[in-house]
Design a protein around this ligand. Structure first.
Ligand SMILES: Nc1ncnc2c1ncn2[C@@H]1O[C@H](COP(=O)(O)OP(=O)(O)OP(=O)(O)O)[C@@H](O)[C@H]1O
Ligand SMILES: [Mg+2]
Length: 270
């Protein structure tokens, strides 16, 4: 097949391959699009946790974005981990220059193992400036709590948080429900027109490393190919659900999910 769209990922590298840029590339590729990258940080991690992080200079991040996008114009952009306020500002600056309309922001703040991935000033400009510039923001529950100062315990709180984010200037919001301990997992999509609760069955497994990165890359891919945002969120939830359902059980900790669940190798390579 030929790729159906071109996506630029701005995010951090996960050496274990289950989350971050690696999850993004696998997702975008497995769903049939072309992936490009601007690496924001290099993490040393495995399924048991994050050992260390080195950050890439903001000017180098901007150069990766602008030099790449000027040559191969992205159909859409997915943004993941931005660790400092200087990086957030540099990314905003570059986005202003390259003028791509479809942008999905996963406001990554804390890794699954609990490591804090972003400083407080970065959270400030992400909230005051960046969320207005993107098409969709996809916080998990702890991130939605930090961004809104709400305590989120149930579906109503999730909807309230999404509405507050809309009041802060977000164009569309998906609050992810992975962190609420319910049997039926709910992702709440809120736009100016509607509220849609996207339900999926919770799978009991420790192997959920990278679900958030995978979900936002899948949304970006579907959206870049012309699906509506709501439909993209529904299809992405289904893709992640199937990826968790066929998880790999690699490693001693929280193992990766199966990004390849959507593809089959062509017979001519067998
Ligand atoms: N146990 C599960 N069963 C089914 N679906 C799940 C499960 N865990 C997560 N998901 C799906 O993955 C999505 C993202 O998960 P979550 O809400 O944990 O995001 P996250 O905290 O950003 O993840 P990450 O830690 O990878 O950044 C959820 O919204 C849900 O659709
Ligand atoms: Mg996340």
């Amino acid at each position: 097949m030929k790729p159906k769209s071109k996506i630029l990922i701005i995010a951090g590298s996960d050496s274990s391959g289950g989350a971050g840029i690696q999850a993004d590339i696998k997702t975008i590729t497995s769903l049939g699009s072309y992936a490009m990258t601007a690496v924001t940080a290099v993490t040393v991690q495995n399924t048991t946790g994050v050992k260390s992080i080195i950050t890439i200079k903001p000017s180098e991040i901007s150069k990766q974005i602008e030099f790449t996008a000027r040559d191969i114009k992205p159909s859409a952009i997915k943004i993941g981990m931005l660790h400092s306020s200087k990086v957030v500002s540099a990314v905003i600056n570059s986005l202003n220059k390259i003028k791509i309309k479809k942008i999905i922001l996963d406001p990554v703040m804390v890794a699954k193992g609990g490591a804090k991935l972003i400083d407080n000033r970065a959270i400030g400009i992400l909230k005051n400036k960046l969320i207005k510039k993107v098409t969709l923001i996809t916080p998990n529950i702890p991130e939605a709590e930090i961004l809104t100062n709400l305590k989120i315990k149930n579906t109503r709180d999730m909807i309230n948080a999404a509405n507050i984010l809309m009041e802060l200037g977000a164009n569309n919001v998906l609050v992810k429900g992975g962190h609420l301990n319910t049997n039926v997992l709910q992702n709440i999509f809120v736009s100016r027109k509607e509220i849609k609760i996207i339900k999926s069955k919770r799978i009991t497994t420790k192997n959920t490393h990278g679900t958030g990165c995978t979900l936002s890359s899948a949304i970006t891919t579907f959206f870049s190919c012309g699906k509506s945002l709501k439909k993209s969120c529904e299809l992405a939830t289904k893709y992640v659900q199937n990826a968790i359902g066929s998880n790999l059980n690699y490693g001693k900790g929280q193992g990766p999910i199966n990004h390849l669940n959507s593809i089959e190798v062509n017979n001519k390579y067998k």
